[in-house]
Design a protein. Structure first.
Length: 192
């Protein structure tokens, strides 16, 4: 993340990380940090955060529509039915990140999510921390918190894969469980 804040040509102050491309800016303005609910919507985010591991988020944003098509909209019940032929289909798809371990983990995680006694939404949101003040600077934003560590540990205990504490915290940021827009960012915390 290059700088903490930047004033852009539209007069809005944004978190500095969002300035790398129009795709980042749109994601920042319209999605990142906004409250997201729904089992399938959250399953998509779990999968995409896992695919992002070791890569730049822009890579995932550029491939997101291809991921959605390849994983049938990330509908948990559909992905849970994927078999070996689907793994090979996905490995041959140049539109997505072709990492066998991550593909197999996504399918496995769909099966685990489908077998939860509670919905994925309820489970994930049960780890959301209490609201806190926005960080002053991006350097004040943690990569891991006690809550993300607890979430990752619980997900792993249930059988999920590729869900470490850093990935869990990125999920919390992306889905509005935490508001890590810097204090002066234009995005209204009441709509996040």
């Amino acid at each position: 993340m290059s700088t903490d804040l930047e004033l852009e040509d539209d007069g809005r102050v944004r978190c500095g990380w969002s300035l790398g491309s129009r795709l980042y800016r749109d994601y920042h303005d319209n999605e990142w940090g906004r409250v997201l609910h729904g089992d399938d919507a959250l399953f998509e985010r779990v999968c995409l955060e896992a695919f992002q591991s070791g890569l730049a988020w822009i890579t995932i944003l550029r491939k997101r529509e291809a991921f959605r098509a390849a994983f049938e909209g990330f509908v948990i019940e559909r992905v849970a039915e994927f078999g070996d032929a689907d793994v090979e289909r996905l490995m041959a798809d140049p539109g997505i990140v072709r990492n066998r371990a991550k593909i197999e983990a996504s399918i496995h995680n769909a099966r685990v999510a489908g077998d939860l006694g509670t919905g994925l939404d309820e489970l994930l949101w049960s780890f959301a921390p209490a609201a806190r003040k926005r960080p002053r600077r991006m350097s004040d934003v943690p990569a891991v918190t006690a809550e993300s560590t607890a979430l990752a540990k619980d997900l792993k205990r249930r059988g999920f894969k590729f869900v470490g504490p850093t990935t869990a915290y990125a999920l919390m940021q992306a889905t509005g469980m935490v508001d890590d827009h810097v204090a002066d960012c234009w995005v209204n915390p009441s709509t996040s």
